[in-house]
Design a protein around this ligand. Structure first.
Ligand code: GAR
Length: 195
């Protein structure tokens, strides 16, 4: 019997964190059982298909109301019976009801050292604020956007002469290490609590 944590990954675009998560998945830790994209043209979706992952597209624009969209999203997620739902560049704000339905099972990665710089455009804002350290955070999702309990962070030293694009690229490299490591640790904790 496999002990892998069942993970559904939600994406909207490039999907580089999905790639990192997928490459680090192991039978003893976690398995990506499904990938759901909010966009049909997401590059991450193309990757998932080439890897033989099960994919679904649920485009918010097709639903008149957010509640209808989230109901379909939740029903789809539940068909995978996941232990964990990992947002990876999923660019939709989720309602409190949705977030609470998956309390303790919904995680996200954010490109800053939360609680600093929630929201968008984190790298430019970090440079403008003149911070000496920046990085990435994996956290539980709660109704407070980018405000849930922190699972883990990785940090780097900011070079005040670098551009936001250069900083973003360096942080993204950290993200690709941080997210799989955090999910692997969660899987190990989860396994111990089930033994
Ligand atoms: C990543 O940098 C991730 O941290 C960010 O979107 C990017 C997705 O890239 N997420 C957020 O800003 C969430 N608040 P990817 O599609 O290549 O993984």
């Amino acid at each position: 019997m496999t002990m892998a944590l069942r993970v559904v990954v939600l994406i909207s675009g490039r999907g580089s964190n999905l790639v990192a998560l997928h490459r680090s998945a192991r039978p003893q830790t976690y398995e990506i059982v499904g990938v759901i994209s909010s966009r049909a043209d997401a590059a991450g979706l193309a990757y998932a298909r080439t890897q033989g992952l099960t994919t679904q597209v649920i485009e918010a624009g097709r639903y008149a109301q957010r509640a209808a969209y989230e109901a379909v999203l939740a029903d789809t997620i539940d068909t995978y019976a996941p232990d964990m739902i990992a947002l990876a560049g999923f660019m939709r704000i989720l309602t409190d009801g949705f977030v609470e339905r998956y309390a303790g099972r919904l995680i996200n990665i954010h490109p800053s050292l939360l609680p600093a710089f929630p929201g968008l455009d984190t790298h430019r804002r970090a440079l403008e604020a003149g911070v000496s350290e920046h990085g990435a955070t994996v956290h539980y999702v709660t109704p407070i956007v980018d405000g849930g309990p922190i699972i883990d962070q990785m940090r780097l030293t900011v070079d005040p002469h670098e551009t936001a694009e250069q900083l973003a690229a360096r942080v993204l490299t950290l993200e690709h290490e941080l997210y799989p490591a955090a999910l692997t640790r969660l899987a190990e904790t989860h396994r111990r609590t089930r033994l």
